[in-house]
Design a protein around this ligand. Structure first.
Ligand code: HEM
Length: 496
């Protein structure tokens, strides 16, 4: 009997090894599929996404896939995966968001791809450094106007209070001065529909609209509002300086490149992008400051030393004033760290290698700024609100701390980050409905609320109350003024 020659054995052995390593490298990350076809792990994931991610990371390791609503979402939680997310040419932002954009704002795929880059560049320019001064002025003016309307009587749920300020301020600045309703009933309707739309946004971005009737009703209400007002927005000119708003500039592009039928849809998208983030960041900044008495005291003392005694109306804040009060800027950044958006996403266009796994094309690559900001390597004692950690950041040069990603990253990083800080997502925002009873006799303990937040990180949080508005309105005003100033005059520059 003829024996197989040693050369053939070596070649066969070599091929077997090659095949073994190839198979190993083609292995996808561990996949959590749930047990319901198509829906997959949708229900568990949807209930508390951030907790789901953290538990899965502990059980399955730094890279894992979750199958939800027919979609494979691969989460990266450590260095190597994060680097792929941030730097690989094989992952794409537009492909990842096109479907959610279609579902939530009914913008067709071809329109989205044709317009996206142009609109992005325009937004960045319009609310970047060149227009900072004008926007800061408008922001301060609108804030003062709205604060005056709200008065200083009684106490109000803090979250509700921030909404009552920032909804009109953002709408009037980004779309058209005076667009926000002034009639009680219409204001209530706006609040109701925007909140329903915002709270259902995650589901709306993943599920067919016909399964979400309540959410769909609010979406239609908001679209109808824009449909009715687009002609007015187009022709509006500022009485002061004839300037045009961000939405007007975007409408020019939309109508030149396509036709006007998608204008209301873009109105809705910009409305959501701005408010859904700006409101919670403003709310949490105030919440954290109010619940840390020593920080609160130092800020108030600092404000008094720079601007004189409390109660002075219409203070104009300059860059020099800001430099004397760094704690306020640190508080905003520390709030952004602790309450950053839960997840950002990219689509894998060609298979990418992460650790020993191959993530296949078609997967959504997911990164959680919320959890990244809780990595002790970047942020020691990560759960603690420590504004002073920002002392190390070179904010003069508009540099954040390493590992900070509240505004996403790369080519399509948030174009409204500057304005966002000004107002301020699975958003880590409180989700309670306004009580309907705006003025609530006694304020509740903010500290208790903030400390309990961990337990109800994603949903169902109760909001703290302002305490006595008469005492606090001055601080609120200052912080909101500052949010605007910091945003525009400080961090805004890094966008350009
Ligand atoms: C503090 C508040 C804000 C936070 C935390 C925030 C965060 C983010 C994040 C994480 C992204 C995704 C970036 C990525 O995937 O890399 C994003 C995108 C975006 N943000 Fe913001 N944002 C804020 C405020 C605003 C404001 C005020 C606007 C106003 C116009 C805005 C407009 C947008 C738009 C249009 C996009 C999509 C960009 C694109 O299509 O390329 N954001 N934001």
């Amino acid at each position: 009997m003829e024996l197989i020659s040693p050369t053939v054995i070596i070649i066969l052995g070599f091929l077997a090894l090659l095949l073994f390593f190839q198979r190993k490298n083609l292995r996808g990350p561990p996949c959590i599929r749930g047990w319901i076809p198509w829906i997959g792990a949708g229900f568990e994931f949807g209930k508390a996404p951030l907790e789901f991610i953290e538990k899965a990371r502990i059980k399955y390791g730094p890279v894992f896939t979750v199958f939800v609503m027919g979609t494979r979402m691969t989460f990266v939680t450590e260095e190597e995966g994060i680097n792929v997310f941030l730097k690989s040419k094989e992952v794409n932002f537009e492909l990842a968001v096109q479907k959610p954009v279609y579902r939530t704002a009914s913008i067709p795929k071809d329109t989205f791809f044709t317009l996206h880059e142009k609109l992005y560049v325009t937004i960045k320019g319009k609310i970047g450094t060149m227009n900072l001064y004008q926007l800061t002025g408008q922001l301060t003016e609108e804030l003062h106007e709205q604060l005056e309307k709200l008065g200083t009587h009684g106490t109000m749920e803090l979250n509700n209070f921030v909404r009552h300020l920032l909804y009109p301020v953002s709408v009037n600045i980004l779309f058209q001065k005076g667009l926000f309703p002034t009639n009680e009933r219409k204001i209530r309707e706006f609040h109701q529909h925007f909140q329903a739309y915002d709270e259902g946004f995650e589901y709306g971005s993943q599920m067919p609209e016909c399964l979400l009737s309540h959410w769909s009703k609010s979406k239609k209400w908001l679209l109808a509002l824009f449909e009715k007002n687009i002609p007015g927005i187009k022709t509006y000119r500022s009485a002061k300086d004839n300037s045009v708003t961000l939405m007007q500039t975007l409408l020019d592009i939309i109508e030149m490149e396509r036709n006007e039928e998608n204008s209301p849809n873009y109105g809705l998208l910009i409305l959501w992008a701005s408010l859904s983030n700006a409101v919670p960041v403003a709310f949490w900044t105030l919440g954290f400051v109010l619940s840390h008495p020593s920080v609160h005291k130092t800020i108030v003392e600092g404000i008094s030393s720079v601007f004189g005694t409390a109660g002075k109306d219409k203070i104009k804040v300059s860059e020099d004033d800001l430099k004397k009060l760094p704690l306020i800027r640190w508080c905003i950044l520390e709030t952004l760290r602790l309450r950053a958006p839960g997840i950002i996403t990219r689509k894998v266009m060609k298979p990418v290698q992460i650790l020993n796994y191959t993530v296949p094309s078609g997967d959504l690559l997911m990164l959680s700024p919320f959890w990244l900001h809780r990595n002790p390597k970047y942020f020691p004692e990560p759960e603690v609100f420590k504004p002073e950690r920002w002392k190390k950041a070179n904010l003069e040069k508009n540099a954040f701390l390493d590992g900070f990603m509240a505004f996403g990253s790369g080519k399509y990083q948030c174009p409204g980050s500057a304005l966002g800080i000004a107002g301020a997502s699975i958003k880590n925002k409180p989700c309670s409905q306004p009580s309907g009873d705006d003025y609530l006799g006694e304020g509740k303990e903010d500290i208790e609320f903030i400390n309990n937040y961990k337990e109800c990180r994603v949903r169902n949080a109760q909001t703290p109350h302002c305490g006595d508005l008469r005492e606090r309105v001055y601080l609120v005003r200052m912080i909101l003024d500052f949010l605007g100033k910091v945003a525009f005059e400080g961090l805004g520059e890094r966008l350009d």
